[in-house]
Each structure stands twice: as structure tokens, then as C-alpha cells.
Design a protein around this ligand. Structure first.
Ligand SMILES: Nc1ncnc2c1ncn2[C@@H]1O[C@H](COP(=O)(O)OP(=O)(O)OP(=O)(O)O)[C@@H](O)[C@H]1O
Ligand SMILES: O=P(O)(O)OC[C@H]1O[C@H](OP(=O)(O)OP(=O)(O)O)[C@H](O)[C@@H]1O
Ligand SMILES: [Mg+2]
Length: 280
């Protein structure tokens, strides 16, 4: 059985569970359950704190896991990123009060920085030759400056609303661009590739749509240049031999532009349908 660590709560848990469900796995029904076996797919899910997932996977106790890139790097564990999963995006930034004298990385020398990600911050500063002290907090780090335990903060920023509300302003370089990732450890379990292909299938199904259209046969080369599909478009004959039917996968974000261009080439009856699952 493949043993998979998944976030039990927090920002990543819901989307991770949805993604696994779309990939055909069964999940826990009761949110207090810590382990769930999907016998049909021969996998066992362990619901763990996202911060701890890299530790379990890096130690070999579990084979793979879903966590944030920032959490992976902060863990200092032996686990490694296998693939980005295209959700849970955030940036990790420094911030200080708008009125403070700290407005650049070098201003942090000798200062106290509140964070829940101490290794990430220490590694970043060390690599740039800045000596500062971290103040480790579990959360709500934005209050640390106002409450006098730190001079600046380093934290996850998504919309920036929390920072603004606390009167803080981002400064200095981006510490990290984070996203949810699939991570692996020392175990080279043979089923990891299957899990990865399934998750990638979900990403493809979300990002692409199927486009079908009828086309005057002489426009085929031009239409293939507009939308070439994965390998190449599927072309089927129509009863009227001046026309063909074409099927092609296109990125959903571009679907309307592609329909406009195909229509201008003479395509008609252009239909777009969602993809439920894919394996490329
Ligand atoms: N708006 C966000 N706030 C916090 N974390 C986010 C956000 N968007 C994405 N993430 C990512 O989610 C992960 C943090 O999840 P985690 O569950 O540890 O914290 P959380 O969502 O703040 O939950 P909690 O505070 O209850 O522990 C990180 O990888 C982080 O980059
Ligand atoms: O840029 P924003 O969209 O405002 O989001 C970022 C904030 O959200 C998270 O906090 P969370 O609500 O998880 O609380 P925590 O600090 O206790 O973890 C994160 O730690 C930031 O504080
Ligand atoms: Mg949080």
C-alpha cells in the first residue's frame, strides 16, 4: 500500500482533498478521522498537520505527502519536491510598520523578526550575510511588532489584507514563492508514479477543454496552427466530403479566442465540453 500524508486542516486541506477525490481516491468522511484506507486503490491516507508532513515523509514513515513548498523548506527534512500541484499559492515576505526605519533587507541587521517559519528566514538571511534574530511564533505574527516582541515580521502573504490591517508594509526581496507540492522521501515506492499521473491528470482536466468543430477541409492546416492539440488534432470525415469534423484539446483560458479564430477560418458548430479526467 502507498502511504500518503495529507493536510488535516488549514489552507491546503480542502483543496488537497478535492484534488484526490477528482483523481479517483476515496477520502475520510469524518473530519476527526486520522487514517483512511482506500482499499480499491491500494492507498492509505494519513491526515496530519501540514507543518509535520515533510518530517513524516522525510523520515520514510510515509511514502509521499501533500504540503506547501514553504513548509517543506522550513522543515529541514530529507524530503524533496516531486511536483507542484497548482493550488495554495502564496508568497513569503518581510514586513515592518510603514513608519519604521526598516525598509530594506540590510536594515534587518541586529533586529528581531517574528515568524512561524524560522529556518526559511534564517537560511534566507544567512545566504545574504544579514545577521538577525528570529522570534518563533505559531501564528498571527502580524501582531508581534505592535506588541513589542519583534521589529519586523516574515510571513505568508496571500491578499495582503492581514498585513495592511496590522499597519505593516512589505519590504525587501521575495523570500519564497510557495505553492502546494507533492513531496517524496527516501522510499522509492513503485506506486508513486501512478499517484503523480493521476494528480497531473486532474490538473490537465481543470486546465483544458475539448473543442469539436466542423471545418471546410481546405482550412485544416490553418486550423491546426490555431489549435494543434496534444499530438495533433483528431480529424474525422463528414458525409459531405467538403467538410471534416475536428476534435482538439485547448487550454480553457484560451477557448473563446480560439473559437473566434476558428470561426473566422470557416469553422462552424464549434462545441466546447469539459474534461472529467485525463491521463496524458
Ligand atoms: N492565505 C493563506 N494563509 C495561510 N497559508 C496559506 C494561504 N494561502 C496559501 N497558504 C499556504 O498554506 C500552507 C499553510 O497551511 P497551514 O495549514 O499550516 O496554515 P494555515 O492555513 O495558516 O492554518 P492554521 O493557521 O490553522 O495552522 C502554507 O504552505 C502556505 O503557503
Ligand atoms: O495576505 P492574506 O490574504 O491576509 O493572508 C495571509 C495571512 O493568512 C494566514 O494567517 P491565518 O489566517 O492562517 O492565521 P495564522 O497567522 O494564525 O496562521 C497567514 O499567516 C497570514 O497571516
Ligand atoms: Mg495560519
Amino acid at each position: 500500500m502507498l502511504r500518503i500524508a495529507v493536510p488535516n486542516k488549514g489552507s491546503l486541506s480542502e483543496t488537497a482533498a478535492e484534488m484526490l477525490a477528482e483523481a479517483g481516491y476515496s477520502g475520510r468522511r469524518d473530519s476527526r478521522k486520522l487514517v483512511h484506507t482506500d482499499a480499491r486503490n491500494q492507498v492509505e491516507f494519513f491526515y496530519l498537520r501540514p507543518k509535520d508532513i515533510a518530517t513524516y515523509v522525510g523520515s520514510g514513515a510515509l511514502d509521499v505527502g501533500i504540503t506547501g513548498r514553504d513548509l517543506l523548506l522550513d522543515s529541514g527534512s530529507e524530503s524533496r519536491e516531486i511536483a507542484a500541484l497548482e493550488f495554495g499559492d502564496s508568497t513569503f515576505r518581510f514586513a515592518a510598520p510603514a513608519t519604521s526605519e526598516i525598509s530594506d533587507l540590510s536594515d534587518l541587521a541586529g533586529k528581531r523578526i517574528a515568524t512561524s517559519y524560522p529556518k526559511l528566514v534564517d537560511d534566507f538571511l544567512r545566504a545574504r550575510g544579514v545577521e538577525a534574530e528570529h522570534v518563533k511564533l505559531d501564528g498571527a505574527v502580524e501582531s508581534a511588532v505592535q506588541l513589542g516582541v519583534a521589529d519586523a515580521v516574515a510571513d505568508v502573504v496571500s491578499t495582503g489584507a492581514t498585513l495592511r490591517a496590522a499597519g505593516l508594509e512589505i519590504f525587501g526581496p521575495v523570500i519564497l514563492e510557495s505553492t502546494a507540492v507533492l513531496i517524496g522521501g527516501p522510499n522509492a515506492h513503485p506506486d508513486i508514479d501512478r499517484l503523480l499521473r493521476r494528480l497531473q491528470g486532474v490538473l490537465v482536466a481543470r486546465k483544458y477543454v475539448l473543442m469539436d468543430y466542423d471545418l471546410p477541409v481546405e482550412q485544416l492546416d490553418e486550423a491546426s496552427r490555431v489549435a494543434g492539440g496534444m499530438e495533433s488534432p483528431t480529424v474525422s470525415p463528414l458525409q459531405d466530403d467538403r467538410w471534416v469534423a475536428v476534435r482538439v484539446m485547448v487550454p480553457s483560458d484560451d477557448a473563446n479566442q480560439i473559437m473566434d479564430r476558428l470561426y473566422d477560418l470557416g469553422a462552424r458548430a464549434i462545441l466546447v465540453t469539459a474534461i472529467h479526467a485525463a491521463r496524458l
